[in-house]
Design a protein around this ligand. Structure first.
Ligand code: WTA
Length: 688
């Protein structure tokens, strides 16, 4: 188990001005509602349910579930039989309610000055058009559509168009490699993919279309044909020269993103399969009736790393997810109609699904959507954007905060930031030092901090402060959201009451919980419900302090959380052993001052190979290439042998200690050969 966060006893009360107008103003109010949400979920969620349009009501119970694997298959059903459409609820209904001219997204491009906006009614038209495009391409209810796109409004359009016609979107973060993308397309059996020609991230130009092309040919080699590839022309200017199957923008002076020529930028093109977004959208009808879906019909799937190395397609359904995304957005960010809200997450991750697209739109919010990075053109970009749009609620990852801290306060303080009210974090434990910097420097000591703990699997926040009610402690995600019943279990599965540390589990279902792993319900049951029957197991550790506050201590399985992105050590190892020089590899998580955790690898080389600097680079690149740049290991050390038990199991606990230079190894008597330990210490990476 990862080390416990250092505990700070300082308590920060909700800012008085915020509290005065908050939806939930006191802990007493929170506790009353919380009690109701646990004791009588139907009565609590019914109020949220009633804020939406339902074509028809549930045909059975409001909630029907089995959380106990000993009693039969795990199943969770909210509102089964009720008919609705999430796209209708978050667009048409808002437009009908007078929000048509309200800005849904301010879009801020990679380059300052490159921006745009889209209102609710404009978004609705775009979504209807693209829904018709999808239908014309033969896409129907239940079909899976892969989306591999930069942070541009077309990404939201594509996802909502899927939702409108009952197709299931499977978004893959556009930082994953061709191979990772291909794995995900194959697992989901996607019939079409939506992408863009390319994107600038900071100073880097990424050719997305070529990554997608390679993924599509990898799929073809494995007998799966992606029939259609729709390409948004994001970089390319108007001129096109199709030469030898390549579209070349060579001759063009300027990109549409403004002032950046894209000389030599070429994308490959296969007529018939590849189609420009604008060609399809040009002529299509702008009216599209929503398809009424069952509350328990799939809405989307999103892949997340699994301990075995094969990513899991986490499946979310329509009705419950809609209620949960809406309620968590409203309460965690204490949303009010005039707020300007900005979540910096990429839509390719769950945070972007729930808190860039579905939650804010369901509430009729105005959001900022940002394409670029926090460091471009300099480390003040976030705060420049906050001032530009007068952002009230800002939501980012601890990694971003830690990396900005090191540039010094001036990049922050030269901007006013006076609009900020609520600052959120997500994705990994936040260390008290970063929390305090966020609070004091970014928030001028006047904002509420919400450290939101949740997972791809939970659909929305599960442990989080409420900004107008919860006194916060730096580093603690505090208390459960409505409907969440957390418990801490010992290794033996006993509930730890009062203070203590153990496995964080949840005892009853909430509307936003995942329903299955796509195509593998057994894996869903094994991963989350088997170790402790009767509970949903998060895979994280937590401890409860004397005041009842929950502190997440980190993953307790073989997943590594690098900059808020979960990776499996097995995935990294399988990339490494593909290299011809590697006989065996083991990777473990290792503390990192900015990323939170990073990957430290031990490699056993084949006869005749030495771990030169060059080979280290090659191995790092291998992982980068195979998974994506964010997965690159920080450290690779030589391991003439690995510490194994007599039955041949690698003892990662020992490897983690060796990586840290910690000689206090505990019990090593189960090792087959203890002498490997000294050898491994000898080869330890110097700068780790
Ligand atoms: C970690 C991201 C501590 C945790 C929304 C979890 C956190 C994993 C926090 C899920 C937090 C997320 N404090 N740890 N506030 N938020 N985590 O699926 O280990 O990408 O299990 O979802 O991130 O990552 P995922």
């Amino acid at each position: 188990m990862a080390e416990t966060n250092s505990v700070s006893d300082e308590v920060f009360n909700p800012p008085v001005s915020l509290q005065a107008q908050a939806h939930i103003k006191t802990m007493q109010e929170y506790e009353e509602l919380y009690r109701e949400s646990i004791d009588d979920p139907e009565s609590f969620w019914k109020r949220i349910y009633e804020t939406f349009y339902w074509k028809s009501p549930p045909t059975g119970p409001f909630l029907d579930y089995n959380f106990d694997i000993r009693k039969g298959p795990i199943s969770i059903k909210w509102l089964a039989g009720a008919q609705t459409n999430i796209c209708y609820n978050i667009l048409d209904r808002n437009v009908e309610n007078g929000l048509g001219d309200k800005v849904a997204f301010y879009w801020e491009g990679n380059n300052p000055g490159d921006d745009g906006k889209i209102t609710y009614s404009e978004l609705l038209v775009q979504v209807c058009k693209f829904a018709n495009v999808l239908k014309d391409l033969g896409v129907g209810v239940g079909d899976r559509i892969a989306i591999y796109m930069p942070m541009i409004p077309e990404l939201t359009v594509a996802m909502l168009a899927c939702a409108r016609i009952g197709a299931i979107h499977s978004i893959v973060f556009a930082g994953y490699s061709s191979e990772s993308l291909a794995d995900r397309i194959l697992d989901a059996e996607c019939c079409a993919i939506v992408t863009a020609d390319g994107v600038w991230r900071g100073n880097k130009l990424l050719n997305l279309k070529n990554i997608v092309d390679r993924a599509m040919s990898l799929c073809e080699k494995r007998n799966h044909l992606v029939n259609k590839c729709v390409v948004v022309r994001h970089l390319g200017p108007k001129c096109e020269n199709l030469v030898d199957g390549m579209i070349s923008n060579n001759l063009c002076e300027e990109s549409q993103l403004g002032k950046r020529p894209v000389h030599g930028f070429k994308i490959s093109w296969q007529d018939g399969r590849d189609i420009w977004w604008h060609d399809l959208m040009g002529t299509v009808d702008s009216v599209c009736e929503p398809v009424w879906m069952d509350a328990e019909d799939p809405l989307f799937m999103l892949y997340t790393s699994g301990s075995t190395g094969i990513p899991k397609g986490v499946l979310h359904t329509t009705g419950g997810y809609m209620m949960y995304a809406t309620a968590t957005f409203k309460y965690t960010f204490d949303f009010h109609p005039d707020d300007i809200y900005w979540c910096t997450a990429d839509i390719g991750w769950i945070t972007g699904h729930t808190y860039v697209t579905y939650g804010p739109l369901a509430n009729g919010a105005t959001s900022v959507m940002f394409e670029g990075t926090p460091f471009y053109p300099d480390a003040g970009r976030f705060w420049a954007i906050v001032d530009k749009y007068k952002v009230n609620t800002f939501y980012t990852a601890p990694t971003a905060i830690r990396s900005l801290m090191k540039f010094g306060d001036e990049f922050v303080t030269k901007y006013s930031r006076s609009s900020l009210r609520i600052l959120g974090t997500v994705g990994e434990p936040i260390n008290p030092e970063a929390w305090l910097w966020y609070h004091r420097v970014v928030g001028n000591s006047t904002c509420a901090i919400v450290d939101t703990f949740w997972q791809t699997e939970t659909g929305g926040h599960v442990i989080t402060p409420l900004p107008g009610a919860t006194p916060t402690k730096p580093g603690s995600a505090t208390f459960p959201f409505f409907g969440i019943l957390p418990t801490i279990l010992s290794e033996e599965g006993h509930e730890i009451k009062g203070t203590g540390e153990g496995y964080l589990v949840f005892k009853q279902p909430w509307p936003g919980i995942m329903r299955t792993v796509h195509g593998d319900h057994e894996r869903f049951e094994t991963t989350y419900f088997k170790k402790f029957p009767g509970y949903y197991c998060t895979g994280d550790g937590a401890h409860r302090d004397k005041d009842g506050y929950l502190w997440i201590t980190g993953r307790i399985d073989d997943l590594v959380n690098v900059s808020g992105h979960l990776l499996s050590t097995a995935e990294v190892e399988s990339a490494l052993i593909e290299h011809h020089s590697v006989a065996e590899a083991a990777s473990v998580s290792h503390p990192h001052p900015i990323k939170g955790e990073c990957i430290y690898c031990f490699v056993t080389l084949k006869e005749g190979h030495n771990l030169t600097d060059e080979l280290v680079m090659e191995l790092k690149n291998k992982v980068r290439h195979k998974i994506g740049p964010f997965a690159q290991p920080d450290f690779i050390q030589n391991a003439p042998a690995l510490p194994k038990t007599r039955s041949g199991k690698i003892m990662r606990r020992i490897l983690r200690k060796i990586a840290r230079g910690d000689r206090d190894l505990g019990d090593t008597s189960t090792l087959a050969d203890e002498s490997v330990i000294d050898v491994l210490f000898k080869y330890r990476a110097q700068d780790a």
